[in-house]
Ligand binder design. Structure first.
Ligand code: PBG
Length: 322
C-alpha cells in the first residue's frame, strides 16, 4: 500500500504556516515613488491612480516626516516641471523641482532618497532623450544624463536611477558622478525596462507621454527574456550597483532568471498600471484589494527581487509595523 504524501501538515495552523513561510515582505525592501509638481499649491490626484497624490513642493517636509514616522525606508522621486523644452533643461537645473524636493526631504528625514534620472517629464516632445532628425539620438543624450546625475547628486540624492534605456548611460553617469566627486552615489539602473502598456497611469501623473511615436526604439520588446540578460550584464559591467526589472508582475520570469545569473542586488518596479489594475478591480468588488496587494508584492520577492518599488509601499509598511 502506497502511503499518501502528506503536504497539508505544512498548513496545520497559523503558527506552523508562519514558521514555514519562505518569503516575507519587510519595510526595508520597499520603495515608495513620490511625485512633486512645481505648478500646484495643493495636493492633486489623477483618476487612473487612486490614492497616489502629486504633491506641491511646500508639502515636501510634511510628507517626509510622515513617511519617515510610518517606517518607510526609501522613496523614489519624480518631478513635474513648470517648463518643458527640447533638451529637458528642468531635469538638470540646480533649482529643478526634484532637486528642491531632495533638499527638503534630506533636511528632515533619514530616508534613502532615490532620484529617477530621465528626460521625458522635462522635454516638450516627451521622449527620454535628445531628438536629432526626428529620432531619439543615443549619443547626443548621454552628456545630458551626465549633467542630470551631477545635479541630482549635488542636491543630495543617495541613489540615481537612470530610466531612459540609452546604451552606455550607466558608464557615462558613473563617470559624471566620479568627476563631480560623488563617488558615494549609487546607480540603480533600470536595466531591463520593457516597452509596456502598464506605464499609462504614470504618464497621466507625470504628463510624460511622447507627443509623437512610442518608446519602442529604446525600451525593450516584451517578448525578449534573453536580451534582458544582455542588458543587465552590460549595466553591471558599466558600474550599476543595483539592477532593475520593470514592470514586475508580467516579467517575473525575467526577475527569476536575473537572480540565477547575477549576484548584483535586484530591484523590481511594480508600475502604475499594475497598481491601477488591482485598485480598479478592488473598487468594483471583483477582488480583495488588500490581499491582492500583499500577494502581488510577495510574488515579486519570491521571483527573486531584493527591493520592490511600489505605490503600495506606504500601506504595506504601515501594516508591517503594527
Ligand atoms: C521615465 C519613467 C517611466 C516610469 C518610470 N520612469 C515612464 C515611461 O517610461 O514612460 C513608469 C513608472 C510607472 O508606470 O509606474 N522614463
Amino acid at each position: 500500500m502506497f502511503p499518501i504524501n502528506r503536504m497539508r501538515r505544512m498548513r496545520l495552523n497559523n503558527g506552523v504556516r508562519n514558521m514555514l513561510t519562505e518569503v516575507r515582505l519587510h519595510p526595508d525592501d520597499l520603495v515608495l515613488p513620490l511625485f512633486f509638481d512645481e505648478s500646484i499649491d495643493s495636493v492633486k490626484y489623477v483618476g487612473s491612480m487612486p490614492g497616489v497624490p502629486t504633491y506641491p513642493l511646500s508639502e515636501a517636509e510634511n510628507v517626509a516626516e510622515r513617511l519617515h514616522a510610518s517606517g518607510v525606508n526609501a522613496v523614489m522621486l519624480f518631478g513635474v516641471p513648470k517648463h518643458k523644452d527640447g533638451v529637458g533643461s528642468g531635469a538638470y537645473s540646480a533649482d529643478g523641482v526634484v532637486q528642491k524636493a531632495i533638499r527638503k526631504i534630506r533636511a528632515c528625514s533619514d530616508m534613502v532618497v532615490i532620484a529617477d534620472l530621465c528626460m521625458c517629464e522635462y522635454t516638450d516632445h516627451g521622449h527620454c532623450g535628445i531628438i536629432t532628425n526626428g529620432k531619439v539620438d543615443n549619443d547626443a543624450t548621454l552628456p545630458y544624463y551626465g549633467k542630470i546625475a551631477g545635479s541630482l547628486a549635488e542636491a543630495g540624492a543617495h541613489i540615481v536611477a537612470p530610466s531612459g534605456m540609452m546604451d552606455g548611460q550607466v558608464l557615462r553617469i558613473r563617470e559624471a558622478l566620479d568627476d563631480a566627486c560623488h563617488e558615494e552615489v549609487l546607480i540603480m539602473a533600470y536595466s531591463a525596462k520593457f516597452c509596456s502598456s502598464f506605464y499609462g497611469p504614470f504618464r497621466d501623473i507625470a504628463h510624460s507621454a511622447p507627443s509623437a511615436g512610442g518608446r519602442e526604439s529604446y525600451q525593450m520588446n516584451p517578448a525578449n527574456g534573453r536580451e534582458a540578460m544582455s542588458e543587465i550584464r552590460l549595466d553591471i559591467q558599466e558600474g550599476a550597483d543595483i539592477i532593475m526589472v520593470k514592470p514586475a508582475m508580467p516579467y517575473l520570469d525575467v526577475i527569476r532568471q536575473a537572480r540565477e545569473e547575477f549576484n548584483t542586488p535586484i530591484a523590481a518596479y511594480q508600475v502604475s498600471g499594475e497598481y491601477a489594475m488591482i485598485k480598479a478591480a478592488a473598487a468594483n468588488g471583483w477582488i480583495d484589494g488588500h490581499r491582492a496587494m500583499k500577494e502581488s508584492l510577495t510574488s515579486i520577492k519570491r521571483a527573486g527581487a531584493d527591493i520592490v518599488i511600489s505605490y503600495f509601499a506606504e500601506d504595506v509598511v504601515k501594516e508591517l509595523q503594527r
